[in-house]
Write a protein that binds this ligand. Sequence first.
Ligand SMILES: NC(=O)c1ccc[n+]([C@@H]2O[C@H](COP(=O)([O-])OP(=O)(O)OC[C@H]3O[C@@H](n4cnc5c(N)ncnc54)[C@H](OP(=O)(O)O)[C@@H]3O)[C@@H](O)[C@H]2O)c1
Length: 307
Amino acid sequence: MKAVRIHHYGGIDALKYEEAPKPEIGPDEILIKVVAAGINPIDWKMREGYMKETSKLHFPFILGWDVSGIVEDTGVLVSQFAKGDRVYSRSDTSRNGAYAEYIAVRASEVAFVPDSIPLNFAAAIPLAAQTAWAGLFEQGNLRKGQSILIHGASGGVGSFAVQFAKLVQAHIIATTSTKNVDFVKSLGANEVIDYTKEDFSNKVKNMDFVFDTIGKETQKKSWGALKKGGVLVSTVGADTKEAELHNVTAKSFMVNSNGARLQEISGLVDDNKIKVIIEKEFPLAEVKEAHKLSQEGHVRGKIILNM
Ligand SMILES: NC(=O)c1ccc[n+]([C@@H]2O[C@H](COP(=O)([O-])OP(=O)(O)OC[C@H]3O[C@@H](n4cnc5c(N)ncnc54)[C@H](OP(=O)(O)O)[C@@H]3O)[C@@H](O)[C@H]2O)c1
């Protein structure tokens, strides 16, 4: 099959469009004929070897852990999916990914795609939406009426986080740059702070929750935005010692893959409660351009790769 593989850690030129063996499935797995792969920052972080101490890759390796496509084959223990089903998944990052014609995925990580959006757009959902969901509701227990500050609100994770927070009627303050202010308001934020013009830490105080997808200075300035006993949940690592000094809780997490959670999100998309925002589509052969764009750090919503 055609695939994009890396044979070593490295820059964009490590990505090779080439022939690779078609994956084989285990008894509890599904073979998906890939229609699209979603691009996430973890793709280029893995490529560059940022995570090699904790998640060592075995080369040659296929990147990409967001997939939408059609079931081609199922293992003997799989009963809930059948050949021809339209499915999607955030697959296991320790296994070969979705920059390929086929991917093998555990059935427990798969859900049926929303009927209301094109199949390739569904590849934008699994990793980012599940991260936002897990961060807000599983790590942080965001509830109706609470106040939340969402950093990076126009990005892949942030754009889903704003919409999920809106669903539970939280009061949302969000940070983004000038070009995305109206966009983030349209997703449901009550107040949007343009980080290129204003320092949020001068005006945002007494929040119940901070959802941090940015880290560094942004996280440092966020402790003072929380009320005593508040919680900061971060997708990029949280400084728990600093949190203690401010009498708040800090949590960081790595989202797991969960087909049942993803199925619930499919329902919200079909009910028109959650929008999927695609900034740009690329063909698989132009994966280098897609990585370059993601790595610049200013994507609005998501990038997808079409097979
Ligand atoms: N722990 C996990 O399980 C997990 C899962 C998913 C993602 N992540 C990590 O979470 C981070 C975010 O992921 P993502 O997919 O959302 O990334 P992304 O789509 O690339 O996010 C880009 C967004 O960040 C915004 N941004 C950049 N600098 C900002 C600042 N100083 N303040 C506010 N917004 C700013 C940009 O808005 P402007 O263009 O307006 O600047 C852009 O819309 C990444 O580091 C990723 O690796 C972790």
